[in-house]
Design a protein around this ligand. Structure first.
Ligand SMILES: C[S@@+](CC[C@H](N)C(=O)[O-])C[C@H]1O[C@@H](n2cnc3c(N)ncnc32)[C@H](O)[C@@H]1O
Length: 183
């Protein structure tokens, strides 16, 4: 069962967004391989700190924000209240296959137990269009979990396109990887 955040956790995320918005979140959103006209999914959106900047890069495309927690979805709606073109979901399983050109997960997958990840990653892979991209960023100190995600991505038929170490203020070093769905 999904654990709902406390009011304190939401406040802490809001403060992080205000303080680190233009470094941690905007920098990642600007590095994402977004063309602007595609369908993009933010999985584990939380407060919507990355989504806030990613949505600004979508001209003809549209953004779907997913979080298992109803309270985080509510908080994300508030962060993106200036946008009318964003869809919010708690579960991706009803979405049709090959719906998205890009799926990204920011500092979210290491929170998901391995046994659940084994279902989540193939599900995200199913949602990618041919040539679609799956991008994720995890703290380097959680490299073990990131390696599990990388293995599951390959087992789900995705091919590694890029992987690098980046630094983020307060978060520290992170692993950023991109996997592609072949044609
Ligand atoms: C550490 S927060 C990251 C939030 C946001 N991406 C960011 O960078 O600020 C992790 C988020 O993943 C969500 N989450 C955890 N397990 C999930 C699942 N199985 N499906 C969807 N969201 C999940 C949590 O509710 C939480 O909002």
């Amino acid at each position: 069962m999904q654990c709902e955040p406390s009011g304190f956790e939401i406040l802490r995320a809001s403060l992080a967004f205000r303080i680190l918005g233009e470094t941690v979140y905007r920098d990642y959103a600007y590095r994402l391989p977004i063309n602007g006209d595609e369908a993009v999914l933010d999985f584990g959106c939380g407060l919507g700190a990355v989504a806030y900047y990613a949505a600004g890069r979508l001209q003809g495309g549209f953004l779907t924000c997913v979080d298992a927690s109803a309270r985080w979805i509510e908080a994300c709606r508030r962060t993106l209240r200036h946008r009318t073109d964003v869809t919010y979901l708690q579960d991706v399983r009803a979405l049709p296959a090959a719906s998205f050109g890009l799926i990204y997960c920011h500092l979210a997958l290491h929170r998901i137990p391995d046994e659940d990840l084994a279902g989540v990653i193939p599900e995200l892979s199913r949602l990618l269009r041919p040539k679609g991209l799956f991008a994720f960023r995890e703290p380097l100190r959680r490299a073990k979990e990131a390696i599990v995600v990388q293995r599951l991505a390959v087992e789900s038929g995705l091919v590694r396109a890029d992987s690098r170490i980046t630094d983020a203020p307060l978060v520290g070093s992170t692993i950023e990887s991109i996997y592609a769905r072949p044609l």
